[in-house]
Design a protein around this ligand. Structure first.
Ligand code: ADP
Ligand code: MG
Length: 235
């Protein structure tokens, strides 16, 4: 439903933001069949406990704030919560950390989400190039992108062939295909995610940047655990 996506953009603009909060970005992902970790935004510790029970343990709690772009850096992400007590403590700890490190930040709520089992991490992104328009980016997470700059780019919209080409041309590709007895990972799901991301940015030219970082990839399936969307300056 394209209406739902535009509505989220409108709300952000109205609040003077040109970037979306993680739950907003993930809601948009779901509209385009991009798999993300299940999530709910809590406004109280009791609510967080209830949502954690609903989502199922282990869970992750994260700060939701228009003033905090990098949540981990301010103690705004707490992983591997196993029960209600963990959840309540993490809820309070995140608020305490924010108060200390970002005293003026407005806090929208605390995001409760399913913890994705650790696996190989990939990054799917989109950046608008002034000349070519929306482009898609793919790479493996961590040092592969940050140190090796081992990434592939294509101009959107991409075809299935393009998506497959992007994945197989990164140097780290053998890791996805399985090595030293490691099973092959779900490359078809990464293809799906790239194609759906291409559709999303083509349908919504307002998107200046999109980042699914990281996406955990499994033998079967994959899931974005973080999502960031930046909009073009107010049209
Ligand atoms: P930041 O805003 O700092 O980028 P993230 O949401 O990416 O915050 O969280 C930081 C790190 O915590 C991620 O890179 C990932 O390794 C881990 N993480 C976050 N959410 C989850 C999750 N739902 N399941 C598993 N790991 C997660
Ligand atoms: Mg992140």
């Amino acid at each position: 439903m394209p209406g739902k996506v535009s509505k989220i953009f409108k709300k952000a603009r109205k609040e003077g933001r040109n970037y979306l909060l993680e739950p907003e970005a993930k809601t948009i992902c779901l509209e385009y069949d991009i798999p993300v970790t299940r999530f709910k935004v809590a406004k109280t510790a009791e609510e967080a406990e209830r949502f954690a029970e609903e989502i199922g343990y282990p869970t992750v709690l994260k700060i939701v704030s228009p003033d905090i772009l990098h949540k981990f850096d301010v103690g705004g992400v707490i992983l591997n919560l196993k029960n209600q007590e963990d959840t309540r403590n993490a809820y309070n700890k995140i608020l305490e950390n924010a108060k200390k490190l970002k005293p003026n930040a407005k806090i929208t709520g605390i995001l409760v989400q399913e913890m994705a089992p650790a696996s190989t991490e990939v990054i799917v992104g989109s950046i608008k190039d002034p000349q070519f328009g929306s482009t898609l980016m793919f790479g493996l997470g961590g040092i592969f992108v940050e140190v090796m700059k081992d990434v592939a780019f294509r101009v959107a919209p991409i075809t299935e062939e393009d998506a497959k080409g992007m994945i197989s041309e990164v140097k780290a590709y053998p890791i996805l295909r399985g090595y030293r007895g490691q099973p092959p990972l779900d490359i078809n799901m990464i293809v799906e995610i790239l194609l759906n991301t291409s559709r999303l940015v083509m349908d919504h030219q307002e998107i200046k940047e999109l980042d699914l970082n990281p996406v955990m990839v499994y033998e079967k399936g994959a899931k974005a655990v973080d999502a960031r969307i930046i909009l073009e300056p107010n049209p």
